[in-house]
Design a binder for this molecule. Structure first.
Ligand code: GNR
Ligand code: NI
Length: 171
């Protein structure tokens, strides 16, 4: 297993639109397992392949208390949305920032699991928020895109500075 590097806003690679997956083989399952390790280590409740510079439509999520219920969604599609709710979101690609974002309250999603088996899930709460947040990543979208330009630019400048200092320290 290996921990993967997580890209930070405003890295342009986070704006890449991920491509559908056509082959679900052991190489893909290694990526899934490395993404889960990276997510648990972070720690986070979800991770999209885009965040680790892999531009395939793949997300992993675990919203369980005991962190023992890993979910893998390949080519996820939201087929139904109902209601709206405001919830505080954070993102491993926007470290240290938490802001309210409006999302659908209840969603139905279809996807393939890591064994290429199709499934459908209707859910709400944190899992529904997380699925919407992760699918946004696959489309090159970040939660900061829903904020005012003023707020987004403040966050961008602070993170640019932080990551620049970090790079200098490592050099
Ligand atoms: O760890 C995460 N927590 C979180 C909290 C509220 C709404 C969304 C999330 S997802 C985030 C991990 C992440 O960045 N996934 O892309
Ligand atoms: Ni995120």
């Amino acid at each position: 297993m290996a921990k993967l590097n997580i890209l930070h806003f405003p890295d342009k690679r986070l704006r890449t639109k991920a491509k559908d997956i056509h082959v679900i083989d052991d190489a893909l399952r290694v990526i899934v397992s490395n993404m889960l390790e990276t997510m648990y280590d972070a720690p986070g409740v979800g991770l999209a392949a885009t965040q680790v510079n892999i531009h395939k439509r793949l997300i992993v999520i675990d919203v369980s208390e005991e962190k023992d219920q890993p979910l893998c969604f390949i080519n996820p599609v939201i087929t139904h949305k109902e209601g709206v709710e405001l919830g505080q979101e954070g993102c491993l690609s926007v470290p240290g920032y938490y802001e309210d974002v409006e999302r659908a309250e209840t969603i139905t999603v279809t996807a393939l699991d890591k064994d290429a088996k199709p499934f459908e899930l209707t859910t709400d709460g944190l899992l529904a928020i997380c699925i919407q947040h992760e699918i946004d990543h696959l489309d090159g979208k970040l939660f900061v895109d829903y904020l005012s330009p003023l707020k987004r630019n403040r966050i961008r400048k602070k993170l640019e500075r932080l990551d620049k200092d970090q790079a200098l320290k490592q050099a």
